[in-house]
Design a protein around this ligand. Sequence first.
Ligand code: 2P0
Length: 359
Amino acid sequence: MQNYRNSNLIIESNKVTPDKITWKCPSNIALIKYWGKYGLQLPRNPSLSFTLTHANTETSITYAPKSEYGISFDFYFHGNKRDDFKPKIQNLLEKTIEIFPFLKQLHLTIESTNSFPHSAGIASSASSMAAMALCLCSIEEKLFKPIGSQEEFYKKASYVSRIGSGSACRSIFPIASIWGEFAEIKAASNEFGIPAENLINPVFQTFHDDILIVSKEEKTVSSTAGHGLMEGNIYAENRYQQAKTRMHFLLMAMKSGDLETFGQIVEDEALTLHALMMTSNPSFLLMRPGTLSIIERLRTFRRETKIPAYFTLDAGPNVHLLYPEQFSDVMDEFIRDELSKYCDNYVIKDMVGKGPELI
Ligand code: 2P0
């Protein structure tokens, strides 16, 4: 077990110079899905994701000393004070206070902007919690000493991100990440994500992910509630086994660059995720008619053109279209002419990316 608790991280005098730290962190899209958790956001099965580029959160934390002792912060989203977003951050700070005890000595002004609509089934909690975690680790380094090598810094940031939101721990790494124990990969852990860039064929490193926004409306059931419903789901145990088997075959396909097997597993995973929602008690349904229309149209298009374009879904109605860089022009045309009519006027043209960036 990793133990990042450190009671020595206390500021000796109150002579801290106020300073500001900013990280931009991308979202990620799971190919093997995390759905079901226990304890402090520990996953029931391993997951694998692509790190994205354009769907991201930029977060600044300005910190200043204060006389009273305790967690205190203000939160601004796109320049507006948003107290309704505070509980999720309060939760992260409370749950990591033994890792960063100096936070009780500071007042934080947290300013965040998202490049995509909040709560539209794009993992906004992943990029936002990962950006927060990176800022907290950087503040520790500014006030104390370096956490260690770059690898150790990112491992700690990933661990802290996970506490904020499970899937966030995968956003820390470039290209692709694995989170959750998996017998074939000794370094894989339930407590933090690990880089998976070196496990996959270069064709995936420039993969596109066009996110077709079918609905911008807030989800009816949060992911946290959805994870909770896995506890009573009669398919849960089989599902957790299935995720491990699929992980094995997906990694094989991604290593060799076998796009057809890749696509088949990724699409099966997306539909399994939504089937688990539909078979929860109470059941819930996050796909919309437009989601199904896009999937059907894509499958016909693939049959006719032989272009290796596949879909995946997050916990929401929006469709992620995954395809190799070389088909970008023809996919643009296909989306514009045939799929945009199912969208809520919005497509995020994203691609696999280099991970977070200190601004
Ligand atoms: C994933 N999702 O692997 C899965 C697939 C959505 C669909 O993890 O409760 O926001 O904060 O740990 O990470 C979304 O759930 O949930 C998610 P919490 P999170 O990306």
